[in-house]
Write a protein that binds this ligand. Sequence first.
Ligand code: ADP
Ligand code: ZN
Ligand code: MG
Length: 643
Amino acid sequence: MTDPVPPRHDPHQSWRTEGGPAPSPDRRRGRGGCLVQAVILLVVYLAFGFLYSNVRGDGTTSVDYTVFTAQLDAGNVKSVYSRGSQIQGTLKHADPVPGGAKGDTYTRFTTYKPAFADADQLWAQIVRQKVAVTAEPVAQGPGLAESLLVSLLPTVLLIAVWVFVARRMGGGLGGAGGILGRKPPKPVELEPGRKRTTFADVAGIDEVEGELNDVVDFLKHPDAYRRLGAKMPRGVLLAGPPGTGKTLLARAVAGEAGVPFFSASASEFIEMIVGVGASRVRELFAEARKVAPSIVFIDEIDTIGRARGGAGAGGHDEREQTLNQILTEMDGFSGAEGVVVIAATNRVDVLDAALTRPGRFDRVVSVAPPDRSGREAILRIHTRAIPLAADVDLARLARATPGMTGAELANLANEAALLAVRHGRDRVEQKDLSQALEKVQLGAERPLVMPEEERRRTAYHESGHALLGMLQPGADPVRKITIVPRGRALGVTLSTPDVDKYAYTEEYLRGRIIGALGGMAAEEVVFGMITTGAENDLEQVTGLARGMVARWGMSERVGRLSALPQDGQQAYGLPAAPRTLDAIDEEMRRIVDECYEEACRTLRDHRDRLDALAEALLEHETLEEADAYRVAGVASAPAGTAR
Ligand code: ADP
Ligand code: ZN
Ligand code: MG
């Protein structure tokens, strides 16, 4: 929720500032299939090695030959067993282990007869003492079968584990009809008893539905198109942030047209054993052709469709082979077969140009988070099956949820239903929805007893954020301040805009930086020191400052250049020269330093308001919008979105 940078199609609509030590989450996409296999194999190997070494141990104490002869002289040897120069035996009664720890005794022993020891004399003594003797020929180690087994066992085990892992991962070995077999992809929408997904289940992205209408039409009447020789786009690429309904939409297209739906996630292809990806693709398309008209859906296509030749860790060849296979399959369509490929990605910017070439995914449809009325419609869909109390106002909820995606709204509706159940109600009331929204926006409450001093510091930290948020002209209104620990944060200040915003002014961005620095500034102004609680805030600040300087042309010195790509994306132009990077760095610092100074100055000037807010927070723990503005003595933000 705290991505501070408003990307182009994903206006960041609500933001929050948190206090609290926050280990930064690892956001990397796991592509650890091979790694997992390697680790499993290693563990098995080690485990086996361990067992194997124990097989050799036979619970006897190994003693010097002289110890053995001494025992023999003492008449304490009960039996011996000889193989080659090795002599094993048992004692009549236990004796202390020579050189062993106190109390250690032994009755079974092993020793080796030196070549120069007199065998005849030894034999005479053994006979004299009536020691029981067994012997075996001087075999060179274990028998053939046994040694074969022992030496092959690790290998056999390795292969067995490999096969097991391969099966678990849904792959096989080698090409089509691979030796290990695998489950064929299934057309999931044909399951009986499961309601088909249709456009009625999708809302808030009407333009996108419109764009897909002719695909539906084509799938319904492929013959009509064939007669006229009209060509359909072979591939449709749905591009948009996660949770905006891309998968849902692809299913809905299949549902509307009443055709089978084959789906696979691109990451599945490359998490399997090398060489499997391409054959899986071949199979998938073969199945789809058999029952055409049909839809092949490939999710997360960016995982294999990244621009080639770029940086990329292992699995590079695998990716490329899989991608090539997809392209080959698409090229192979005559267009009359009636297989439409729909792919989804949230990283359309990194895709290989070969993918979006005409005849492949030549139709790119972007799917954006819904606007206010879209959100209302989505909430309606996801509360269809939920009995709602009369006081529920979905339009109001839609206003309070700018920036939320369809998936987040679906989750919100579900959380509200869960809350109603927990409270023993038979309908969902508005307060369930408000509470669910709070949980979704702020994170779940965390029972954590804080020392009084830390509570105080948190109260000032959050008050700093909130007061600056209230005082910045044009800033998003403060909706809620709390020092109840939530999620990873010790306290939260939530601000959301009144209306959906799609572009941001420089003033607004500076205001957000100042607000985000407010927590740290308050700690410095009031306590004369800072804590680790501002880690998240600083991440936001850095992201915003970098955007202003290097992406949005808001620094005179760096100029109107897109000098740094959005994190993790590819640059459009030349990579920035070291001199530019230095300038970016200095400009970011300048902006942040100026903002920090302004934050401290404002808080000093309004120390009475800061104290009032902090005291109120310490007393009530949570302040709602109206109370917060009243306590701070700041004219309330423009009316409109009270929840
Ligand atoms: P994506 O594939 O874009 O990441 P999904 O299609 O998997 O998103 O969406 C996850 C869930 O969120 C869907 O199953 C649906 O319940 C809900 N959802 C997302 N977008 C919408 C929408 N536009 N209309 C209705 N429900 C939606
Ligand atoms: Zn903070
Ligand atoms: Mg999806």
